[in-house]
Each structure stands twice: as C-alpha cells, then as structure tokens.
Design a protein around this ligand. Structure first.
Ligand code: EPZ
Length: 415
C-alpha cells in the first residue's frame, strides 16, 4: 500500500471498536522482558511499531506468537545484548528497552532511538533517571551503553513529565533493590496501564496517574496476562474525522475519561458528544466552529498527538482557532500540506492560527504519524478526490484506518 485515494464529502455513520493503545502496548511488551516465562497481552493492535517491537523481543531471545489481537511473549531465554540500530532507528519507544534490560540483565546497550521527526527528541531525562539509580551510562558512537551493577532505589526528579523517561524509570526501578520514587512523573493513561501490567507481574508499584510514583524494587517478578487500554489518540482521530466529514459515529472500547480535554474542545466546537463508561458518540450536523485557544500540554491537558487531527477538522469548519504546540518544536509539518488543500493557517513559531473554510482535494504527503492522519481527516471533508502518500507513517499507529473509515461510509481506498 503506497497511497490512499480519498473522495471527500461523505458523512460518516456507524459504530467502531477502537484499537488497543499503541503508546501503552509498546512499553508493556518491553516490560514482558522483566520476568522469565510467558506473558499474554490482549487487545494488541496490528501496527508496524508493534511488529518492530516484537522483532526486538525476538532478537533478545524471546519467543513471540500472535493470535489475532493476542500476543504471547516467552522471555525465559532473554539474551542480554545490544539492540541494533536497524531495529532502534525507526521507533522512539524502543528506548524503554534500556530500563527493561537493566532490570532483567543488569546491563543494556542500544543505539539512539528514532521515531517521528517532531524536532529534537533528546533522551537526557531517561539517562539522568538511570544514572540516579546508579547505572553507569556511556554514550559511544551513537550507542548508549548501560551497566547496572550496584543499582539502588533512589528519588528521581523529572524536570519535564516525560512519558518515556517515566516508563524507563519505572522499568529500571523494578529491578533495583530498595525504594524508588519518581517525582514529576508523566500522568498519561498509558503510564497507569504499564503500572497495571507491572503489578500483575508482582511488582510493588503505586501512584501512576499522579505526579509521584513509588516502586519497591528487587522482588522477583513473574509473567502476567493483561488487556491493553483503548487508544485515546486513535479515538480522537476518528472523532475529528466525524467532525470534519459530519455524521454520527460511536466508538467503543475506549474510556472517555482518557479523552476529557479532546471531548471538551469538540463540544465547544459544536459537536454533540455522548459518553458511557466504555464508549464515546459524536453527532456533527454542521461544520465545527472555532474555539478558544488550544494549548497542548502533558496529560490531563490537551494531548499533542491530537493537535494535528483537530487542526484538520477545524480547517474545514467555520471561525478561527489559535493552536499553541508546547510539547514539540516541529509539530506543524502537516500545515504545508493542509494549505495545499486550501486551508487558511498562519504559523509563527509554536503558534498556528486556523481560519475555517471549505477545502478542495489535492495530492498531499504525510511526514509523521499524526500529521498523515490529519491529512486523511481533511481529505474526508475536501471537495474532490485527494491522493495521500506517506501512508507508511499511518501504518505505524493506526490499525486498518482506511478499512475502519470505509466501514463508516468514507470513500478511501489504498492505491
Ligand atoms: C510519548 O513520546 C509518545 N510516544 C508520543 O506519541 C507523545 O507525543 C509524547 O509521549 C507526549 O505525550 C510514545 O509513547 C511511544 P516525552 P515521548 O518524553 O516519551 C522532551 C505518537 O504520535 N524530552 O513525553 O518521546 C521532549 O523533547 C507519539 O504516538 C526531553 O527534553 O515524549 C518533548 O519536548 C509522538 N528529554 C517533551 O519532553 C527527554 O529525555 C515530552 O516528551 C525526554 C523528553
């Protein structure tokens, strides 16, 4: 599949079960390394980032099997070694293997992680956290080499509530004798889901979802069975698609409590949103209108990953909205492509001002995961037939996006 052909103007209607959360399952799969034996992970989405993580697990000596959305990982014979660049380069989340391998093996070596080009993606907080636990970290020729002999529980203070650094610290602390406290921890639902899995493995860990997480490390862990939470960002994307194209869509398998900031903005923009404990329904009978400034922030603030899909939906609405992207330096790469569709977006540094207007079809290219999804959202509302290249970015984080949208009535086909 190299491109999508999208014919805009069709409202969406129907019911869709949301995939398991990419940003939850990736650290959970890494955490399976912590204990010998077979862990079973349910609601595991079929994504290229998941496939890459399973390849890393196999390279480390794990036996991996998949039956539908259930993945079995047997980490009995983990070979503690180096994760090569070819497996690390494409994906940011692979950096959490540092913490997992330090816990299991007392050492870890991997090349600097890759991932979406959203601006600088430093790992200084990850390495600070590990050094605080007594890990000897050296950076040699693009490789990060960690030696964990003598690791001890400590207090880790994160200056930014980094999701990945919080996850790395949690995983490393599980293998650290003593008490570790992570202060300034990220509060994302994916952090809570990782804690749930670690507790199922026998870890003594509490506080996820709050800024302070406490781990009593060193206890032997055992494999566990876990069901991954629904993907709140995929859900936000489908909601924005309905906001752009109009219609009535119900999403199941997602906790609306994980989406409060997004639902609040969509309601302000005129969407009728109804929720139950496991579902979100959206009814959009008219184009969305402009809202108060949308400022991305760590959870429970407005998620940076939903910024591009929401921008796309508001581009084809009415009225003006100011976005402030506070999390990443270069997360407006979809703006140029949206303007090719006639969008009116003025960018100045971290600020983007969108003025809604009808869009027209165009040939556009996605250059990162959420930006590419945003172009799909816009094309669903644009007049005419659009062509989207860069679909490989979408396959990293969305399971069967085109198939799901077709099931909701969209005219989107791989070509
Ligand atoms: C996670 O990335 C997500 N990825 C991202 O989703 C998400 O956008 C991000 O969290 C913020 O919510 C995964 O979970 C796999 P951070 P992560 O560390 O952990 C700075 C998607 O589209 N920082 O919370 O890499 C960093 O530069 C992806 O699914 C440091 O300065 O994000 C950024 O400005 C994109 N030093 C801010 O913190 C560090 O050591 C937040 O980054 C680490 C981070």
């Amino acid at each position: 599949m190299c491109e999508f052909e999208i014919t805009g103007g069709r409202p969406l209607a129907g019911r869709l079960a949301v995939q398991g959360a990419k940003n939850s399952v990736l650290p959970i799969l890494a955490a399976a390394v912590l204990a010998p034996g077979e862990s079973v992970i349910h609601n595991c989405p079929d994504l290229t980032d998941v496939a890459a993580t399973l390849d890393i697990l196999r390279l480390l000596g794990c036996t991996v099997a998949r039956e539908g959305d259930t993945v079995q990982v047997d980490a009995s014979r983990v070979r503690c070694g180096c994760v090569p660049e070819k497996l690390m380069g494409g994906m940011r989340s692979s950096v959490v293997f540092l913490g997992a391998l330090l816990s299991r093996c007392g050492g870890a070596e991997l090349s600097y992680p890759g991932g979406c080009e959203l601006g600088p993606r430093p790992i200084d907080l990850h390495l600070m956290a590990l050094r605080t636990l007594g890990v000897k970290v050296s950076e040699e020729g693009g490789q990060v080499v960690c030696r964990g002999d003598g690791m001890r529980g400590e207090q880790i203070c994160l200056s930014i509530p980094s999701v990945g650094a919080t996850e790395n610290a949690m995983l490393a602390a599980c293998g650290c004798p003593g008490v570790t406290t992570i202060v300034g921890a990220a509060r994302e639902p994916e952090i809570e889901d990782l804690q749930s899995f670690l507790r199922a493995m026998g870890a003594r860990i509490e506080g996820a979802g709050s800024p302070v997480i406490r781990i009593e490390g060193g206890a032997p862990l055992h494999p566990a069975e876990h069901t991954v939470i629904g993907d709140r960002i995929a859900a936000a994307t489908y909601l924005c698609a309905a906001g752009a194209a109009g219609g009535c869509v119900t999403l199941t398998g997602v906790d609306p409590g994980h989406l409060t900031a997004v639902l609040s903005v969509l309601r302000e923009a005129g969407a009728d949103i109804q929720t139950t404990p496991g579902s979100v329904s959206i009814l959009c009978a008219a184009p969305l209108y402009g809202v108060r400034p949308v400022r991305t922030a760590p959870h429970p603030g407005f998620p940076t990953d939903a910024q591009a899909p929401l921008m796309a939906a508001l581009c084809c609405g009415t009225g003006a909205t100011m976005f402030v992207e506070n999390m990443f330096l270069s997360r407006y790469r979809h703006v140029g492509e949206l303007t090719r569709m006639g969008a009116d977006i003025q960018v100045d540094g971290r600020v983007a001002v969108v003025t809604g207007r009808p869009l027209h079809a165009a040939r556009v290219r996605g250059s990162d995961l959420r930006g590419a999804a945003a172009l799909v959202v816009a094309a669903l509302a644009a007049r005419g037939v659009s062509r989207l290249s860069g679909v490989n970015h979408i396959l990293r984080g969305y399971q069967d996006l085109d198939g799901n949208l077709r099931a909701l009535g969209a005219q989107i086909y791989p070509v």
